[in-house]
Design a binder for this molecule. Structure first.
Ligand SMILES: N[C@@H](CCC(=O)N[C@@H](CS)C(=O)NCC(=O)O)C(=O)O
Length: 226
C-alpha cells in the first residue's frame, strides 16, 4: 500500500485533503508507505496512480485517485474501525469543500504559499489566482472581508455539533477529519487567521488536535525511518 501525499516545506504534508487520509489511518491504527510529491511531480504522480491530485493511493491492482476513494478503500480492507460513520451519510462533502475550503483558501493562500517547496510556489500562485479569480495582492488587500465570510461559514458548520458530539455522529469519523483538516491548514498557514470557534466547536477542535495533529504533521523522513 503506497500513499502519494503532497510534500511541502520542512518535510511536512501541507494539504488539508492529505490530512483526511492521515487521520483515517490513525483512527484505524494502520500505516502505509508514504510517497512525497511536489506539485512539480505531477507527471510521475499521474503515471503511477492515474491521478493528477494528491492524495492518491496504489494498493496492489487498486488505484485510488482521491481522498474519498482512499478512505472507502481503507474501510473495506480494515472494517474494524470504520471511518465513514452514520452521520457521514448526510455530510455534504462537495458543499463543505466548496464553501469552507474555498473561503479558508481565500484568507490564507498568500501566507500558505510559504509552507510549500520553493519550486512549487510559482505554480501554486498562478493556479490559485486563476481558481479564485483574483491576484494574491488583492487577496491580501481583501483579507478582512474574506475573514468575515470564513467566520460566517464556520458558524454554520458548527451547528453540525448540535445533534451529536462529533460531526460524524457518536464517534469521530470522516466529516470530523475533513473539518479538522481545514482548520489545521489555516493554523499552519497563519495562526492569526484562525476563525473564532463557537465554544462547543473550540472544545471539539482542541480534543481533535491532541489526537490528530501528530499524525497529520509527522515529517515524511520520520515515518520512513521508523
Ligand atoms: N477531490 C480530491 C481533491 C484533491 C486535491 O484537490 N488535491 C490538491 C491539494 S494538494 C491537489 O493535488 N491539487 C493539484 C493542483 O492544484 O494542481 C480529493 O478528495 O482527493
Amino acid at each position: 500500500m503506497k500513499l502519494y501525499e503532497r510534500l511541502g516545506a520542512d518535510d511536512l504534508c501541507p494539504s488539508p485533503i492529505g490530512y483526511r487520509v492521515r487521520i483515517a489511518l490513525a483512527l484505524k491504527g494502520m500505516d502505509c508507505a508514504r510517497v512525497p510529491m511536489r506539485f512539480a511531480d505531477v507527471g510521475r504522480l499521474e503515471a503511477e496512480t492515474g491521478s493528477r491530485t494528491c492524495p492518491a493511493m496504489v494498493d496492489g491492482d487498486a488505484r485510488l485517485p482521491d481522498s474519498v476513494a482512499i478512505v472507502r478503500h481503507l474501510d473495506s480492507v480494515q472494517s474494524k474501525r470504520p471511518v465513514f460513520r452514520d452521520e457521514d451519510r448526510y455530510f455534504n462533502i462537495a458543499s463543505v469543500e466548496q464553501e469552507l475550503g474555498t473561503r479558508a483558501g481565500k484568507v490564507i493562500a498568500p501566507w500558505f504559499i510559504e509552507r510549500l517547496c520553493p519550486e512549487d510556489r510559482d505554480y501554486y500562485r498562478s493556479s490559485r489566482e486563476q481558481r479564485y479569480g483574483v491576484s494574491f495582492t488583492e487577496l491580501v488587500a481583501h483579507r478582512s472581508a474574506s475573514e468575515l465570510d470564513l467566520a460566517f461559514t464556520v458558524a454554520r458548520v458548527a451547528t453540525g455539533l448540535d445533534r451529536s458530539p462529533f460531526f460524524s455522529g457518536s464517534e469521530p469519523g470522516f466529516a470530523d477529519a475533513v473539518i479538522y483538516g481545514y482548520l489545521l491548514w489555516i493554523e499552519l498557514a497563519d495562526p492569526a487567521a484562525m476563525p473564532e470557534l463557537p465554544p462547543e466547536m473550540l472544545a471539539w477542535y482542541e480534543a481533535r488536535d491532541v489526537a490528530w495533529r501528530r499524525p497529520c504533521l509527522t515529517p515524511f523522513a520520520a515515518l520512513s525511518a521508523e
